[in-house]
Design a protein around this ligand. Structure first.
Ligand SMILES: [Zn+2]
Length: 234
């Protein structure tokens, strides 16, 4: 199962098997996100090969991402003037995180990647819930590492109270964390009538939380430090 979007591709007539497929423009399905960089993309799609099997027709495509310029491959099954995506490679590209974040919260990294994989395979609700859980793991590991509270206290806090307690004095962290919490909750709701969550917005605000904590880690672990006697020499 893929979360897909339709794109129009220009074919030259010889690429088709029969006259009814010889239109110049053809609708194909592509993955909604680039499997290499995880961003919504508008790739350059080219039909590279075609074959038939038991009366079905198939096209093999390459798609060059307009963001990361890497290629992904898809196999499409033909039905009149449109095709359906039946296989894609690579399936999922995991996101890269700096070593500081990987050391701080391996569980956040695992949960984030699982959510990304869910998203790229079309399970938006699962992804939304997962990103919210990933953020909770990150915030709690951050609180523990920066000794903002005891382990027992941190483990008892729900996400809402954890945001209050650890980000309450800084709206640069609190506001984005609240957006992720609220949007993540909406993906879990039985009643979707008031759902206004979308994954792109949730992820953008989650990035702000990650960036906030990452900047704290960079300050805590700088690659160089001033000499201890710096002040007295100036
Ligand atoms: Zn890409």
């Amino acid at each position: 199962m893929y979360l897909t979007k339709d794109v129009k591709v220009l074919f030259s007539s010889p690429e088709f098997f029969s006259n009814e497929l010889s239109q110049n423009w053809h609708t194909i399905e592509i993955p909604a996100l680039c499997p290499n960089c995880g961003v919504g993309f508008g790739p350059t799609s080219v039909c590279r090969n075609k074959f038939s099997e038991e009366g079905e027709y198939f096209y093999f495509f390459t798609h060059k991402c307009n963001i990361c310029f890497k290629y992904c491959l898809t196999l499409q099954i033909v039905s009149n003037d449109r095709t359906r995506l039946i296989a894609a490679y690579p399936k999922t590209q995991l996101r890269q995180f700096d070593q500081l974040l990987r050391d701080l919260s391996p569980e956040f990294i695992d949960m984030y990647q699982a959510s990304l994989s869910s998203e790229q395979n079309g399970y938006a609700n699962l992804a939304g819930i997962g990103y919210r859980s990933a953020m909770e793991l990150l915030i709690k590991d951050y609180a523990l590492d920066f000794e903002l509270s005891s382990k027992e206290d941190i483990s008892r806090l729900n996400l809402n109270r954890a945001i209050d307690k650890f980000f309450g004095n800084d709206e640069n962290a609190m506001i984005p964390a609240d957006v992720v919490r609220t949007f993540g909750n909406n993906f879990a709701h039985w009643d979707k009538s008031q759902k206004y969550a979308d994954l792109e917005t949730l992820k953008a605000y989650l990035d702000l939380v990650v960036q906030f904590i990452y900047s704290r880690l960079m300050i805590k672990h700088p690659p160089v430090k001033r000499d201890k006697g710096w002040k007295s020499r100036n």
